[in-house]
Design a protein around this ligand. Sequence first.
Ligand SMILES: [Zn+2]
Length: 317
Amino acid sequence: MKYLNTFYCPLTFLLIIFLLTNCTKEDHEKLRKEAFILKLVNDINADSLKSDVIWLQNMGTRFAFTDNRRSVAQKIKDRFIQIGFPDAEIDSFLVTKTYRDVLYEQWNYNIIAVISGTQYPDSLCIIGGHYDNILGTGDPFTIVPGANDNASGVAAALEIARVMKKNNFAPESKIMFIAFGAEELGLWGSKDFAASPDGFSQKIRFMLNNDMIAYEPADDPSGWCVNIIDYDNSHNLRADAEKMCTRYTFLNYKNDNTSSSRSDSYPFFTNGYKALFFASDKVDQNYHTLNDLLENCNFDYCREIVRISCALLADKN
Ligand SMILES: [Zn+2]
């Protein structure tokens, strides 16, 4: 082995010199960026996602008409502050809706954290998911775990925010992390944000939505698959997400678009913005029941889906 090393080392050295001198500046930049994205996605951690889902599940209920809704929003804001976003904000909107024969008119809340853009500070890439939950039957005012639906999507935004902050990511455009309120009552938080006249909505480059991304009961990862739902104006963005899926995860992907209007990406599409919706491929048997619990989630699977959003955000910036 000694002989081989001394023989091959100069050759390896010459090869590196050859590659370095023949790589263009663009090649270097591309390699540097890919290495950085790899670092980011490798930092996305299943245990970290799991601990955020436990924390959200243990709030008891996050149903949007409960009296604790402001304190739930405050806790999520505090979590963003804790992971390095001291300017995290609560954005209010009004919900007017009849639910089980009672008319409610109440304030509800989106929670927003940002990383500033270095080159295009007014353009915006959004990653989000709803934090409220509901029960199909039973009393959502008392207890709803909502682990997969949708603590998993909130955990995705928190985890990407944590990893980007930890690695001092300096994106070209602003990246905004949003935990949306009152999705289960009719996409109220995302509708409010996507239509809001506060200046953000005019410059949205794209929006990535994660809703129910932790359901995968199969042990064998070779069959794991993510559903990447797109819209008429976001086919190219989906193709880019598929590239990220292949490059940075071991998941298969598909696109069935059956739920395209059923989550927070939809109002962004109807307001003219590009959006994607990432979801578990399989139908969650525990959907909107008291069994939507941590122990029915698969965090190794969830981690892979989160990596796609993280890689796409970094690749586009
Ligand atoms: Zn949901």
